[in-house]
Design a protein around this ligand. Sequence first.
Ligand code: ZN
Length: 332
Amino acid sequence: MALNNAQYATIMREYEEKRLQTRLLQDSRMNEIIRKIPEYKDLDNSSIDASMEYAKSALFDSPADKEKSTEKLRLHLSQIAEQKKRLLIKHGYPADYLDPVYTCPDCKDTGYIGTEKCHCFKQAIVDLLYTQSNIRDVLKKENFDNFNINYYSKTDIDPVTNLSAYDSMTGICNIAREFVADFPSSASNLLFLGKSGLGKTFLSHCIADELLKKGYTVLYLSAPQLFDILKKNNFGEKDEDVDYNELAHYVMNCDLLIIDDLGSEIVTELTASGFNICINERLLKKHSTLISTNLTPNELNDVYGERNFSRIVGFYRFCRFYGTDIRFAKKQ
Ligand SMILES: [Zn+2]
């Protein structure tokens, strides 16, 4: 995906910041350990002493002796490392407590694996170029840890399913968690149906958050954004920062595509056919898609045509959100 220099620098600065945070955390943990476990510092010192002694003798050793002392040093250092770990465990810490904690262990927050861009870099490009750049901030608040089922009524019964709003939501949450747990092997797709204010977007965020944490690529687009990309790609439009062709490729190939608020866009014959291509291609490639909409199944059928709709019926799991707008209850 095309990035200009300033954008590239922005992403690289974010990686630098992450590595700095990792180092600060590691330093503060080290200080804590030295304060609480003085023997740890002694072991640290003895590794330094052994290395210094090795460096001194290496200056004068013959090649054969040097090889022997290198081996001796290696063994000695690994024994000390073992002792350090045992010491941490003895004092109730995990053995890896002083290891660096990377946001992305795959590339150690460098953005690259060898000369290839890491998956987290590709996601960073999309975040920067097109999707809501604040999505990461949203996900800090809207995730499974902060999901509160108690906003849903136990007495408000859905006449269609005979389930209370609370029970419907419990069922949908289970489906969402299953979806995340089985991802991507099940290659399943979800359709969130229901009026606005029932938590569809919130639950989509929960799923996005979990999958991003697992290192999958997730593209979160409102329906108008999606159709805008498809249209501009169709007409070969280019603007300075965005390569629509690459972006459309990403729409078709990311691990999870979330289309939020389908039905909020102006539907033309072109958007309906763009939607058809997008849905079909992702099904063929076994890439999962999550669609949320305020439209009823009948309305979807009318707006996007029977062909599109029959694909959705056949390959998507329907989750029917029911209840009264929880946004009011949340504010209280
Ligand atoms: Zn990475």
